[in-house]
Design a protein around this ligand. Structure first.
Ligand code: HEC
Length: 111
C-alpha cells in the first residue's frame, strides 16, 4: 500500500513536470531537441553544414509550416534527411517549426 502510494506520488510528479515543461517551455525544449537531433547536420546557427540552411528562407520542399513539419516528420531519406516522426511527437514538431521560424526571422533582421 505504502509502496504503491509512493509510486503514485513519483508518477504524478513526473507527469506534472512533463506537462509544465511541454506547455510553458515549448520553444526552449524545441531548442534542446534541436541541439540533440538536428545540430550535427544543420549547424549551431541553423545555417547548415551537411544539411541545408534552415534560415535562408529557401525551402526545397515547400515553405508553409505544414510543408516544413512534413519534412521533419517524414524526412527526405534519399538526400540524407532522416525522418523524425518516431523521435518527435506532432507537438514537438510544431514547436520545432516555430523555433526554425524564429531563428529565420532573427537571421533576416541581421542581414
Ligand atoms: C543526418 C543529417 C540530418 C539530421 C540529423 C537532420 N537533418 Fe534536416 N536535412 C538534412 C539534409 C541533408 C537536408 C536536405 C535535403 C534535401 O536536399 O532535399 C535536410 C533538410 C531539412 C529540411 C528541409 C529544408 C528545405 O529546404 O526544405 C528541414 C525543415 C529540416 N531538414 C529540418 C531538420 C530538423 C528540425 C532536424 C532535427 C529534428 C533535422 N533536420 C535533422 C540532414 C539532416
Amino acid at each position: 500500500m505504502l509502496v504503491s502510494y509512493k509510486y503514485h506520488l513519483i508518477g504524478s510528479f513526473f507527469l506534472t513536470a512533463l506537462f509544465f515543461s511541454g506547455v510553458t517551455n515549448a520553444e526552449k525544449s524545441a531548442e534542446q531537441l534541436y541541439k540533440r537531433l538536428c545540430i550535427a547536420c544543420h549547424g549551431p546557427e541553423l545555417t547548415g553544414s551537411f544539411g541545408s540552411s534552415l534560415v535562408d528562407d529557401e525551402w526545397k520542399h515547400g515553405a508553409t509550416d505544414a510543408d516544413i513539419a512534413k519534412v521533419i516528420k517524414e524526412g527526405v531519406i534519399k538526400k540524407g534527411m532522416p525522418p523524425m516522426g518516431r523521435s518527435l511527437s506532432d507537438e514537438q514538431i510544431t514547436a520545432m517549426v516555430v523555433f526554425i521560424r524564429e531563428k529565420g526571422k532573427a537571421a533576416s533582421r541581421e542581414k
